[in-house]
Design a protein around this ligand. Sequence first.
Ligand SMILES: [Zn+2]
Length: 254
Amino acid sequence: MSRYKGKPCYYCGNPAVGKEHVPAKQLFAAFECDSITVPGCATHNTDKTLIDQAFVSALLIPLNNGKGRYNLSDYVLKALSKAQPALEHTKKKVFSAAIIDTSNNPALKSLPLVSYTSLYLFDWMRQVTAGLIYDVIGEYDTSIDWNTSGSWSPSFIDSPTSRTYKAADLYEEFQLRSQFEQEILRGLKWFEGWSAKPRPYPKGIFRFQVHFEHREVLFRYRFYDQYSWYVAFQPSLQTLRKLWQKTLTHNLNL
Ligand SMILES: [Zn+2]
């Protein structure tokens, strides 16, 4: 704990109160693996709150509801089984607090991978990315404004509390997103991301890749072998160099 206290927070640079797991350790509750950890301030050190579990549940609930529809690996089934009590708890405690909003429209249930969530999940993905960057450079890059970095998924849209979607519009929106991912994003040059040491994160639960586009960096996450999530940002040149070195070294040693 003391190793992190007082250091700049990985996300905002304020003094840290403790360590933050990147990504949240709740993702790996069913598995034996190590963690990437960074210093986090009171706001961005979410270990002690329900928030991390809520985000993990937000990813798991659609898979749990659609078990028969998805081709889920043994890893994911194991994670789902371990998370059952938490999923119930999250529904009661967090869904009612409107952090995550779900639709009751039965027509939407036949869509392949549809989940409503509030903007918080988009921030959560930014935080994971900020944590991984801190892990590489060992400090806080003040030139990155994480709050405005791009955060996008073909499977998640923001909450209908801020906008109401009709089922047909929603279907079209997800079709477009899927097309964009397959035709544009898939064609980019992706490098494998690194993992926790010595026991890595199970790849069937969490993995990521990195794409470099001039001064910009794009992270592509894969959760439970079902969801992709993208975060785009522009680091300082110094950070970019370190990130490039880390990624290159990792990929040469694969
Ligand atoms: Zn912070």
